[in-house]
Every structure is written in C-alpha cells, then in structure tokens.
Ligand binder design. Structure first.
Ligand code: TPP
Ligand code: MG
Length: 392
C-alpha cells in the first residue's frame, strides 16, 4: 500500500467499487420560488453585490439575444450564448477578487462583464474592428483583457486547464493573495489536458479553482455518451482535491461554494474542483440546431429552472428589487447594445500590417515575406477581400 496515502481497510473477499461507491451531495440554497431552504447557510452577500450580480445577468441575457440576432442577420460571423448558465458564471466570479486570474472556455462572457468589460469593448471584439483589444485576430466571442485579468479564449478545448494550474502556481510563487479560476465544460473534461492539469495542480499545490459547467451537452453529445462515471466531481476526489457539486442554476449555492473554495485555496495553497450542474438552454453556437438531438419537452423542463428568474425572485422577496426596475434595466441594455452595434460595425477593421506584430519582438524575415505575399494576393483578388482590399 505504499503508493496510496490514505489508510486502506483490508478485506478478505473480492469486493469491487463502482461509480456510486462515492456518494456526492449537491448543494442547494435557493428554491424555485425565490425562498431559501430552511437549514441553508447563506453566502456573504449584501444588496450592492446582489444588484451587481442581477445587473450582469440582465446584460448578458440582452447581449446574447441581440448578438445571436445580429449573427442571423449576417452582421457577425459567429456567436455563443451563456443562456441558462448565468448563475454558474456570475455566482462564481462574484466570489472572487478582481485580481484573481480568469481562464475561461468561451461561454463565460458574463464573468468578463462582471469585471467591467464595456458594451463597446464587447462590440469591438465581435466586429473585429480597429479598436478590438485582440486586433481582429480571433473569431467573435474569443475575448481577452489583461487589465481585467481575463486570459484570451482559445478554441481548442481544455488548453486553459493546465495553463490555469501554472497561473495558480505562479501566483503562489509570487506570494500574491490571489487564485486562478479555470472554467470548462464537462465535454472538455474528456481531454487529456484536464487530467494532466488537475493532477499537476493537486500534486504541486496550485491555488486554482477548477470550475466545471456541467450543462448536459458537448455540442450534440449528451453526458450519458461522454462519460460513465459519477460526473466530473468524482474525478476531483480521485486527484486528491477538495471537491464540491452544486446546483449551477442556484446563484446563492454557486456563490457560497466559490467563496469557500477561494478561502480554502488561499489558506492551503491548494486547488478546488467545483462541478456546477446546469443546462445549456440555447444552441451550442450559432452554427448548431439542437432540435436534431434533444426534445422541446426537455428544454421546456429546464426553462422552469431559469437561474436569473430564481435569483430575481429572491431579490424581490428581500425587498432589494421591484419588478419595474427589472423591465427598465432590460430596456436600457437593449438600447445600449443596439446603439453600440451601430457604432462598432462602421469602424474600420484592423490594418493587415498589424497581423505579424506581437508575435516576436521584431517580425522575422520569413513573416515579413509572408505578409508581402498576402498583400500581393489581396491586391490581385480585391473582390474576395472587400474589407481589406483598399487598405493594403
Ligand atoms: C480539441 C477540440 N476538440 C473539439 C473541438 C470542437 N468543439 C468545440 S466546443 C465542443 C463541445 C464542448 O463541450 P463542453 O466542454 O461541455 O462545453 P459547452 O459547449 O457545453 O459549454 C467541441 C467538441 C474543439 N474546439 N477542440
Ligand atoms: Mg457541456
């Protein structure tokens, strides 16, 4: 037994363990009607924090609705919504310090908004215009913002997981009182990077919160075809990590779990895994149609568990929100998003000369040559490059 750290009971008959040997409870604080469970221990929250959380959720709903519409109108090329998962994302980011580093997957723009990313900044990224912080080098919704400690999204799944282990470790080495948080889907947890990242974090004691949004699907693949074990939480325990499963549509449960996860990570210089059970209410992306792989009844069932509505009812119960405040807020953001789209889509795109800056300190001769070839190509076929032809 020298390769196990825990004490192991000895038995004398064959006895196997299975996925249910480990019983994992789910933390729930808020009920569907906006009241809390009698015995529930609430997170630390005051009216100002509740209002900021609610404001972020409303903005995200509006942004998602309008920008999916903008994609359908051909104004942007691609979009992904957070709809249905707002409590998982906002409840967790609200438990953090503003200098904790966020490594997101792609469906967590609500966390960026919570940190202060402006409507204009969202639009500049989605329209890849000259004001985009990423200089138009990424698909829409692949945000990044160093000022807000939000690392740039990368499309290949799970690359952020071992990176987050390293970020948490470096924060520890620098003696900072900060953690890293790594968001990922349950589908991404099938990648090798997940296993390497979590094992390294546990062994090297990296203060990183691994936050899994278990939303039921990886595009069209349901969780039942993704893994056979007891969700993602069982794996955290397997790696020797502090682990919790929460109702991901319960803002107060997510907030409470993440507040305590952060405190634990800092106190013990150790990682924590949170598995938030939620549901992707929308399509995977603007390129997907879920009617081919799931039923309207299933979607309707989950509509009943709307996390934004549940938290709103709690605020109304507390006397912190009036129904009319809510509708005015939706209207304010609809106008703001619409006005911002109109400005951002008219700004020029980034010039092609910017393409090879920031790769090396000074561009290499090979890159210079490639840029020259590209410019010649665009000049030769201007009709294929309507946005760039006049700018080379
Ligand atoms: C390495 C890699 N494989 C496949 C894909 C294609 N892909 C993009 S998103 C996705 C599903 C991911 O599901 P999950 O991690 O559960 O996140 P969710 O979209 O549900 O939020 C897949 C397979 C990819 N981007 N990268
Ligand atoms: Mg998923």
């Amino acid at each position: 037994m020298s390769n196990t750290k825990s004490t192991t009971e000895t038995v004398h008959r064959v006895s196997f363990l299975d996925k249910d040997s480990l019983s994992i409870p789910i933390l729930k604080i808020l009920q569907a009607d906006g009241t809390t469970f009698e015995e529930a221990v609430l997170p630390v929250i005051d009216q100002a924090l509740a209002e900021k959380i609610h404001d972020t959720c409303v903005f995200t709903r509006v942004l998602d609705e309008r920008m999916l519409g903008a994609q359908r109108q051909g104004r942007i090329s691609f979009y992904m919504t957070c709809t249905g998962e707002e409590a998982s994302v906002v409840g967790s980011v609200a438990a953090l310090d503003d200098e904790d580093v966020i490594l997101a997957q792609y469906r967590e723009h609500a966390a960026l908004r919570y940190r202060g990313f402006t409507t204009e900044q969202f639009m500049n990224q989605m329209f890849s215009n000259e004001k985009d912080l990423g200089k138009g080098r990424q698909m829409p919704i692949h945000y990044g913002c160093s000022a807000l400690h939000y690392q740039t999204i990368s499309s290949p799944l799970a690359t952020q997981i071992p990176q987050a282990t390293g970020v948490g470790y470096s924060l520890k080495m620098q003696g900072k009182r900060n953690v890293a948080i790594c968001y990922f889907g349950e589908g991404a947890a099938s990648e090798g990077d997940f296993h390497a990242g979590l094992n390294m974090a546990a062994v090297l004691k990296s203060p990183t919160i691994f936050f899994c949004r278990n939303n039921g699907y990886a595009i069209s693949t349901p969780t039942s075809e993704q893994f056979a074990g007891n969700g993602i939480a069982s794996r955290g325990v397997g790696y020797g990590m502090h682990t919790i499963r929460v109702d991901g549509n319960d803002m107060l449960a997510v907030l409470a779990a993440t507040q305590q996860a952060r405190a634990y990570a800092l106190e013990h210089n150790a990682p924590v895994l949170i598995e938030a059970m939620t549901y992707r209410l929308g399509a995977h992306s603007s390129s997907d149609d879920p009617s081919g792989y799931r039923s309207k009844e299933e979607e309707a069932k989950w509509q009943q568990h709307d996390p934004v509505q549940r938290f709103k009812l709690w605020m109304i119960n507390k006397g912190w929100l009036a129904e009319s405040d809510d509708s005015a807020l939706y209207e304010k953001y609809r106008q703001e998003v619409l006005a911002s789209v109109k400005v951002a889509e008219k700004l020029p795109v980034v010039t092609i000369d910017e393409l090879i800056t920031d790769v090396y300190d000074t561009p290499t001769p090979r890159l210079e040559q490639q840029l020259k070839n590209l410019k010649q190509h665009i000049k030769k076929y201007p009709e294929s490059y309507p946005n760039s032809a006049g700018r080379v």
